[in-house]
Design a protein around this ligand. Structure first.
Ligand code: HEM
Length: 452
C-alpha cells in the first residue's frame, strides 16, 4: 500500500466518521482513479467507497424516514442541491450540511464494482444531468443549457491538453500525443465551441472572423473565457465527470466528446417533443423553426467527430479492452431523438438498436407521438396549408440530411478506429454501422409530396 493510498483511506474514514457532514474527499479519490484507471482500482478501496455510499443512504433515510432506491437499485441521495451540490441534512441526519453530489458520484465510480457498468455510467450521465432544465423548459432554455454544457466540457478538455503542451501533463498521461496532434485537437474543439459561444458567451468570439474562417479563435483564450465564468457546482461537475477506465491520455478526449454529443441529443429530443406539441396546437411555422434549430445544432456538432479522429487508434484499441459492455448503442438520448422523428420500424425496435435501450423502446411501444406521424395527421385533418406543410417537411429533410452525414462520419471513424473488430455493444461492429446508414428518420416525408 502506498503512502497516498493510506492518506486517502484516512480521509475517507474521517469523512465516514463525520457522518457524511464534511465535503467528500473528491480530489483524493479522483486523483487515485485517474492514476490507475477505474478498471484497476483495488478491492479494499472500492469496499471502503461502497461503505461511504451506504452511510450516505442511511443518513438520507434518517432525514427523510425512508431510503429511496434508484432504477439501478443503487443508492440515490439526490436532493435539491443548489449550486455547490450541498444540502442541509435534516434533524435525523448528521445535522450539518451534506454533499448531494457524493451519492451519484459514488454510483458512477462503483459501476464496475456493482457489476452494472454500462454506457450511461461510463460517461457519468447521471452527474451531467444534475441541474438540467426540465424537458418542457422551452427550446431556447434547453439550447442555452446544451451550449453551456458543451462549452464547459470542451474548455475543460482544452485545459487538459494544454497541460501537455506546457510540459506538465496530468493523469491519465499514458501515450501522450505529440504537439502537432494536440494543436489540431485544440483547433477542432474551438470549431465546435464557436457557434455555442456566439450565442452563450457575450464577446468571447468575433462573429465576423468566425464567419470568414471557423476554428481560428485562440483556444486558450476561449477556454479561459469559459472557465472564468464557472460556478463551484460546475467545477465540481467537471472534476468528477471524467472517470477513465485506464491510464491513457486520449480517453479524456473520448469521454468529453461522448458527453458533448449526449448534451446535444438531450436538446434535440426535448425540442422535437416541443415541435410535436406545437404542430398539434396548429402552429406549423413554429414547428418548422424548432426542427430547423435541431438540424442546426446537430450540424454544428459534426466537427466533434473530426475532433475525436485525433484520438490515436492504438490508444483507443488498448483502453477499449476495459470499456467492454459500454457502447453508445445504449445511448437513450440518441434513440429518444430518433423516435421523436418517426416510429422506428418493427425490425429495428426488435434489434439490438432498441433492445439496448429498453426504457425508450417501452415509450415507443406505448405510442410516442412523432413529428412525421403528427404531420400526416394534421395534413389529413385538412387545416394545414400547403406552404406550412412544405415548411415543416423542408425542415425535417434538412435534419435528415445532417443525420445522414452524422451516420456516414461515424461509420468512417469506426472503420479507422476498430477496423474489423467487434463492437463493445455486442454487435459485429462496422457491418452494423453500415447496415443502419440506409435507415431514415422521416421515411414518409421523404417519399410523399408536401400535401396529400
Ligand atoms: C472511436 C470512435 C467510435 C467507434 C469506434 C464507434 C463504434 C461503434 C460501433 C461498433 C457501434 C455498434 C454498436 C456496438 O457494438 O458497439 C456504435 C454504435 C453507436 N455509436 Fe459509436 N463509435 C464511436 C464513436 C461514437 C461517438 C462519439 C458517438 C456519439 C455519442 C457514437 C454514437 C453511437 C450511437 C448512437 C450508436 C448506435 C447507432 C444505432 O444503433 O443506430 N459513437 N459505435
Amino acid at each position: 500500500m502506498t503512502a497516498t493510498d493510506t492518506a486517502l483511506r484516512h480521509e475517507l474514514s474521517d469523512w465516514c466518521g463525520s457522518g457524511g457532514a464534511e465535503e467528500f474527499p473528491y480530489d483524493g479519490v479522483i486523483d487515485r482513479l485517474r492514476a490507475v484507471g477505474k478498471h484497476f482500482l483495488d478491492e479494499e478501496l472500492l469496499s471502503l467507497l461502497a461503505e461511504c455510499r451506504t452511510l450516505l443512504l442511511e443518513a438520507d433515510a434518517g432525514d427523510t424516514g425512508d431510503v429511496r432506491a434508484d432504477a439501478d437499485g443503487a443508492g440515490d441521495v439526490r436532493a435539491d442541491a443548489g449550486d455547490t451540490g450541498r444540502v442541509r441534512a435534516g434533524t435525523g441526519g448528521a445535522g450539518g450540511v451534506r454533499d448531494a453530489h457524493a451519492g451519484p458520484f459514488l454510483d458512477v465510480l462503483l459501476d464496475k464494482f456493482d457489476d452494472r457498468y454500462d454506457y450511461p455510467s461510463y460517461t457519468a450521465l447521471a452527474l451531467l444531468r444534475r441541474g438540467a432544465p426540465g424537458d418542457r423548459a422551452g427550446w431556447e432554455v434547453l439550447r442555452r443549457h446544451r451550449d453551456r454544457t458543451v462549452l464547459l466540457l470542451l474548455a475543460d478538455l482544452i485545459g487538459f491538453e494544454r497541460l501537455v503542451l506546457d510540459g506538465t501533463p496530468c493523469d491519465p498521461r499514458g501515450m501522450l500525443p505529440d504537439a502537432l496532434l494536440l494543436n489540431k485537437r485544440l483547433r477542432l474543439a474551438v470549431r465546435v465551441m464557436e457557434p455555442a459561444a456566439l450565442r452563450a458567451l457575450d464577446g468571447a468570439v468575433d462573429p465576423v472572423a468566425v464567419a470568414a474562417t471557423p476554428g481560428r479563435t485562440p483556444a486558450g483564450e476561449l477556454a479561459d473565457a469559459v472557465l472564468r465564468t464557472t460556478t463551484a457546482g460546475e467545477r465540481l461537475l467537471l472534476r468528477t465527470s471524467v472517470q477513465p477506465v485506464y491510464v491513457l491520455h486520449d480517453e479524456y478526449l473520448f469521454l468529453r466528446v461522448l458527453q458533448s454529443f449526449e448534451a446535444t441529443f438531450a436538446f434535440m429530443s426535448a425540442t422535437l417533443d416541443e415541435a410535436v406539441r406545437t404542430l398539434r396546437a396548429e402552429q406549423p411555422g413554429d414547428a418548422a423553426a424548432l426542427i430547423a434549430a435541431v438540424a442546426d445544432v446537430l450540424r454544428e456538432s459534426l466537427p466533434l467527430f473530426s475532433l475525436l479522429a485525433t484520438m490515436q487508434p492504438e490508444s483507443f484499441r488498448l483502453f477499449r479492452q476495459f470499456t467492454e459492455g459500454a457502447s453508445a448503442i445504449q445511448s437513450e438520448g440518441y434513440k429518444t431523438f430518433e423516435s421523436y422523428c418517426s416510429t422506428p420500424a418493427r425490425a429495428r425496435l426488435d434489434s439490438s438498436a432498441f433492445l439496448s435501450v429498453p426504457d425508450v423502446r417501452g415509450e415507443v411501444l406505448a405510442g410516442r407521438e412523432t413529428v412525421q406521424g403528427t404531420w400526416e395527421d394534421v395534413i389529413s385533418s385538412g387545416w394545414l396549408t400547403e406552404p406550412d406543410a412544405a415548411a415543416v417537411r423542408a425542415a425535417a429533410l434538412q435534419l435528415e440530411a445532417v443525420h445522414q452525414r452524422w451516420k456516414q462520419t461515424h461509420y468512417r471513424l469506426a472503420v479507422r478506429m476498430i477496423g474489423t473488430r467487434t463492437g463493445t455493444g455486442a454487435t459485429e461492429g462496422v457491418p452494423y454501422l453500415a447496415s443502419v446508414i440506409s435507415q431514415r428518420l422521416f421515411p414518409a416525408m421523404e417519399k410523399q409530396p408536401a400535401v396529400g
